[in-house]
Design a binder for this molecule. Structure first.
Ligand code: SAM
Length: 214
């Protein structure tokens, strides 16, 4: 894998197939996703993971602690560099954890606990799991990846792979301005589009937990 300096100096033609360079950052070109796919982005995800864990005093909000202790199947869709899964798999060794992402670039390759696996899969293309596979489906920070219609498809897919009575936790930051800042209108418009109310209620809340098919 190229390091950040190589990427900054690279042109898209010098990168492996499936990637492009925009403004000195590396992006995957096989998915509609706003953010880069490079070492700097993975460092940002790492910092974000630890900040969020500190802020919410743990890794999740769904009332699944007892089930996790007993042993359940958990999916983290769009898992990025997989830190949430590594933490969870270590904390709950009786449960089985599966991470999926449309890019395998960030998947950890060392110190992966035996109860944790990573699979390359684009949520919007359909997840490679049978119906009713998981007891707890988790997804975090996907506002930059899904249009309003994509959100609906993703939730439908999560509902399909979740068992009856499973928990679905969608964890997003609110990106909506409380006071619109000065700045380039294009940036404001882009933010408005991402945070449009149709992008599901979860876009407005720090967290949202939905229990489906009670
Ligand atoms: C902001 S990162 C969040 C990563 C992780 N959930 C976390 O909380 O650290 C978003 C991730 O979603 C992935 N992604 C974007 N579009 C996707 C899609 N359609 N299906 C699966 N993963 C996708 C990206 O590759 C990236 O790893």
């Amino acid at each position: 894998m190229a390091d950040q300096d190589d990427i900054t100096n690279a042109t898209s033609a010098q990168l492996p197939e499936g990637f492009k360079v925009v403004g000195g950052r590396k992006f995957a070109n096989n998915i509609k996703y706003l953010l880069p796919n490079d070492d700097d982005e993975r460092d940002r995800l790492t910092q974000q993971h630890y900040v969020v864990r500190q802020l919410i005093h743990g890794n999740f909000n769904a009332p699944v602690e007892d089930f996790l202790e007993q042993g359940i199947r958990v999916l983290d869709a769009g898992c990025g560099n997989g830190l949430w899964l590594l933490d969870m798999a270590q904390d709950y060794p009786r449960s089985i954890f599966v991470g999926t992402d449309a890019s395998a670039e960030g998947f950890p390759t060392s110190d992966v606990p035996p109860n944790c696996t990573f699979i390359l899969a684009d949520t919007l293309q359909g997840l490679p799991f049978q119906d009713s596979t998981f007891d707890y489906v988790f997804q975090r920070f996907m506002n930059g990846a899904f249009s309003p219609a994509d959100w609906a498809s993703a939730v439908k897919e999560f509902t399909r792979v979740a068992k009856s009575g499973a928990y679905l936790e969608l964890f997003e930051l609110s990106l909506q301005y409380k006071r619109t800042p000065p700045g380039p209108p294009r940036l404001r418009d882009a933010n408005e589009r991402i945070t449009h109310p149709h992008s599901l209620a979860c876009s407005h809340n720090v967290r949202q937990i939905a229990r489906h098919r009670p």
